[in-house]
Design a protein around this ligand. Structure first.
Ligand code: NZQ
Ligand code: ZN
Length: 389
C-alpha cells in the first residue's frame, strides 16, 4: 500500500427531511448567499425548504449557475458577495453548483489578481476560502464531500480542475428524496460518473490495498445492482436512491483512493470533449473509458483480471486472460449502453476530423502525461480517441 494522509472534514447529514437541519448546521450569525443552478431548485420546492430552514438569518439567492459551470458566471457571484458582505455560501444543486461555489468561495478573498489564476495553478495558490455548505440534489460527482472542482472558461474553451484543502464543504445535506425529480438522463449520468470515479482509483495496478479494493468493488457492485432498477422503476424507491447517493459520495470522498495509484486519464480526456462539444460529463466518460481500457490493457492487466472476476464473475474458468479482459471491457460498455448512454463518439456526431483539435487541447492544458504511470501521452490519447469513434 502507498503512503497516504486522509482527512475529510465534511459533515454529512443524510436522510429524508434533513434540510431542516440547516437550522443548526449554518452558523446562527451568518449572512448567507444561497446559490442555485437554473430553475430546478425553485420548481421542486427545495429552495423554499432551504429558505424556511434558514429562519431569521439574513439571506439572498444567486441563480443561473449553468451545467459545466463557467468562470464568467461565477465571477458575477463573486461581485455580489463582495458588495453584499455575505460570509456564508450555501450551494443547492448538483456538481455544477457545488463546484462553482468552491471556486467562488476561494475567489472572493483571492488577493493575487484575477482568480482565474486559481485554475491555472490547480488551486495551489488558494490560502483561504469563505465557509460553505451544500444541499445535494443530484448524486454523481462526489463534489459534496471532496475539495475538487471543475470550472469552464467559455472565452478560452478551457475546462480545468482545481483542488484545495480550503475547499471542503463544512457540511452536506444528502436527502435521497431530492433525487425524485431527476430526469432519467441525469440519473443515468450519475450512475456512470460514480462508476468511473471508482474505476479511476481501482483499475490501475495492484499495491496490496485490500480494503480499498473491496470498498471500490462494493461501490461498483452497488451501482450495477441499483443502476438499471433506478431507471426502470415506475416510482422512485427510497432505498435505491439512498444507495445511489451514498455510492456516489463514497466514490470520490478520498476513502477508496487513499494509498492506491490513481488514473484520471478518462476524466481529463473527457473534459476536453465537454469543453469542445458540450457533451454531458458522464457521457464523455462512457465514451473514453472502454477505449482507454483496451489501449492500456497491458499496463492494467492484473487489475483488469481482478475486475473481470470480482465484478463481472469472469473467473479463470471462463476463458484465457485475453478473453476475460475483452469480456470485462465489453460488460463495462454494455452496462453504460444499458443505462441509455451511448459509448461511441459517432453517436454524438463527433468524427475523426475532431481528433487533432482534441489532442491539441490536451497539450495546451498540460495533459501530456496522464494515467497512473504518466504513460498516457498525447499519442496514446489520440489512439484512445480513435478507438472511441
Ligand atoms: O440547473 P438546474 O435547473 O438546477 O438543473 C440541473 C442541471 O440542468 C439538473 N438538476 C439537478 N438536480 C435536479 C435537477 N433536475 C431535477 N431535479 C433535481 N433534483 O440537472 C442538470 C445537471 O446538473 P449538474 O450539476 O451539471 O450535474 P452533475 O452533478 O453531473 O455535475 C456535473 C459537473 O461536475 C463536474 C463535471 O465536470 C461537471 O462540470 N465534476 C465535478 C467533480 C468534483 N467536483 O469532484 C468530479 C466529476 O468528475 C466532475 O468532473
Ligand atoms: Zn466525473
Amino acid at each position: 500500500m502507498l503512503n497516504f494522509d486522509f482527512h475529510n472534514p465534511t459533515r454529512i447529514a443524510f436522510g429524508q427531511g434533513r434540510i431542516a437541519d440547516l437550522a443548526t448546521l449554518v452558523p446562527a450569525s451568518a449572512k448567507v448567499l444561497i446559490l442555485v443552478g437554473g430553475s430546478s431548485a425553485e420548481k421542486t420546492g427545495t429552495l423554499a425548504e432551504v429558505r424556511a430552514a434558514l429562519g431569521q438569518r439574513e439571506h439572498a439567492t444567486f441563480s443561473g449557475i449553468e451545467p459545466n459551470p463557467t468562470y464568467e458566471t461565477a465571477m458575477q457571484a463573486v461581485e455580489q458577495i463582495r458588495a453584499g458582505g455575505f460570509d456564508f455560501l450555501l450551494a443547492v444543486g448538483g456538481g455544477s453548483v457545488i463546484d462553482a461555489v468552491k471556486f467562488i468561495a476561494a475567489a472572493v478573498p483571492f488577493a493575487d489578481g484575477d482568480p482565474w489564476a486559481i485554475l491555472e495553478q490547480r488551486g495551489r495558490n488558494i490560502s483561504r476560502a469563505l465557509a460553505f455548505g451544500t444541499v445535494l440534489t443530484l448524486p454523481a460527482t462526489g463534489s459534496e464531500m471532496n475539495n475538487g472542482a471543475v470550472i469552464t472558461r467559455k472565452a478560452l474553451g478551457a475546462k480545468l480542475v482545481f483542488g484545495s484543502v480550503h475547499c471542503y464543504p463544512l457540511f452536506s445535506v444528502l436527502d435521497p428524496t431530492k433525487t425524485y425529480t431527476l430526469p432519467a438522463q441525469q440519473l443515468a449520468n450519475g450512475v456512470v460518473d460514480a462508476f468511473v470515479h471508482t474505476v479511476e482509483q481501482y483499475l490501475t495496478y495492484p499495491v496490496e490495498a485490500r480494503v480499498q479494493d473491496r470498498w471500490a468493488e462494493g461501490v461498483l457492485h452497488t451501482l450495477i445492482e441499483v443502476g438499471p432498477r433506478l431507471l426502470s422503476a415506475p416510482e422512485p424507491v427510497y432505498d435505491d436512491r439512498a444507495n445511489l447517493v451514498w455510492a456516489a459520495t463514497m466514490a470520490l470522498n478520498g476513502l477508496i483512493g487513499a494509498g492506491v495509484p490513481q488514473d484520471w486519464a478518462t476524466h481529463m480526456i473527457g473534459h476536453e470533449l465537454t469543453a469542445k462539444f458540450q457533451i454531458d460529463h458522464a457521457r464523455t466518460l462512457a465514451i473514453v473509458l472502454p477505449a482507454l481500457l483496451q489501449e492500456c490493457r497491458q499496463a492494467k492487466r492484473e487489475k483488469l483480471l481482478q475486475y473481470a472476476e470480482r465484478i463481472w464473475g469472469l473467473g479463470a474458468s471462463t476463458g484465457t486472460e485475453e478473453q476475460r479482459i475483452d469480456a470485462a471491457i465489453a460488460c463495462t460498455r454494455d452496462f453504460f449502453e444499458g443505462l441509455g448512454i451511448a459509448t461511441r463518439l459517432s453517436a454524438y456526431g463527433v468524427g475523426e476530423e475532431a481528433i487533432d483539435g482534441l489532442v491539441a487541447q490536451l497539450q495546451a492544458h498540460g495533459m501530456v502525461k496522464l494515467g497512473e504511470r504518466r504513460a498516457v501521452t498525447p499519442e496514446v490519447s489520440r489512439r484512445i480517441l480513435q478507438a472511441a469513434l
